[in-house]
Ligand binder design. Structure first.
Ligand code: MEV
Length: 286
């Protein structure tokens, strides 16, 4: 039995989304696949791409201590804010449902993925799982009554990814922001307002860009950027990007950049020895 989940990139709104503000994110063409087979004896996990023991613990907790062989294949870089843990959670939830003979809805997959993701970091908003399950561009908001998820039309511009080469730890970053509340609440609210504003100008890359830069400065204000990520934003802007920001939990991971000439941004990054590529959007998987 197999299941898959998409990698994601958050366009705007990370961290604030944990506290009920909206965020925009899209599924990438990168994916994680989980294959489950029956086996005698203890559940055995082959997930070499995920070196974190928490991942293995989460998989065993979900599947039970005995009787399953789990194989994980992933082309999503781990710890880069590109949604590797949520894609794994969705892929596992789907494979486990298929093994039980269920045909689960997106909502059921969201709930299962959230449960698994909680093992990786204490209080996920659910945005990563929502995108991993659906692909495409999604507007997400966490509410008391459950997540509100809207599918949006993809904008007519591409996103360039610049990789810092360092991994960030989502749990550490989310806990750090929480420990700085209420001091950072005003910045979180300003991020939320910015997301609403970006939605109104979404087709216009020249209008989106400066708002992404503002989002980056707010993320820096709440303490999740690093000098390396700030430098990547500067390099992207000097390479013709209309805007750039860190994407994901921060503390490492990637910067995203948008502009009229994505190839120029990629080349500008490469000239500084920074791996960069144009992200390809991916649609729904099963
Ligand atoms: C991580 O990809 C996004 C965060 O907002 C955490 C979350 O929403 O669960 C930092």
């Amino acid at each position: 039995m197999t299941g898959s989940g998409r990698g994601k990139l958050i366009l705007c709104g990370e961290h604030a989304v944990v506290y009920g503000w909206p965020a925009l994110a899209f599924g990438t063409s990168l994916e994680t696949r989980v294959t489950l087979r029956d086996r005698p004896g203890p559940t055995d996990v082959a997930a070499g791409c995920f070196r974190d023991a928490r991942i293995v613990d989460a998989l065993v907790a979900e599947l039970g201590p005995d009787g399953v062989e789990v194989d994980v294949q992933s082309d999503i870089p781990v710890g880069r804010g590109m949604g590797s843990s949520a894609a794994l959670a969705v892929a596992l939830a789907r494979a486990a449902a298929a093994r039980r003979g269920d045909a689960p809805t997106d909502d059921a997959i969201d709930a299962a993925a959230l449960r698994i993701e909680r093992t990786f970091h204490g209080t996920p908003s659910g945005i990563d799982g929502a995108v991993a399950a659906r692909g495409g561009l999604v507007a997400f908001r966490r509410t008391e009554a459950g997540p509100v998820i809207e599918r949006l039309s993809p904008p007519p511009w591409s996103v360039v990814v610049l990789d810092s080469g360092c991994a960030g730890d989502t749990r550490v970053m989310v806990d750090g922001v929480r420990s700085r509340r209420p001091g950072v609440d005003d910045a979180l609210a300003r991020i939320g307002a910015l997301v609403e504003d970006i939605r109104t100008v979404l087709p216009d890359v020249d209008a989106v860009g400066p708002r992404l830069v503002e989002n980056h400065f707010l993320l820096r204000e709440i303490g999740v950027s690093t000098p390396d990520l700030d430098a990547l934003v500067s390099i992207a802007l000097r390479s013709g990007a209309s805007g750039a920001k860190l994407s994901g939990a921060g503390g490492g991971g990637v910067v995203i950049a948008v502009g009229r000439d994505p190839d120029r941004i990629v080349q500008g990054a490469m000239q500084h020895g920074i791996p960069a590529f144009v992200a390809v959007q991916g649609g729904a998987l099963s």
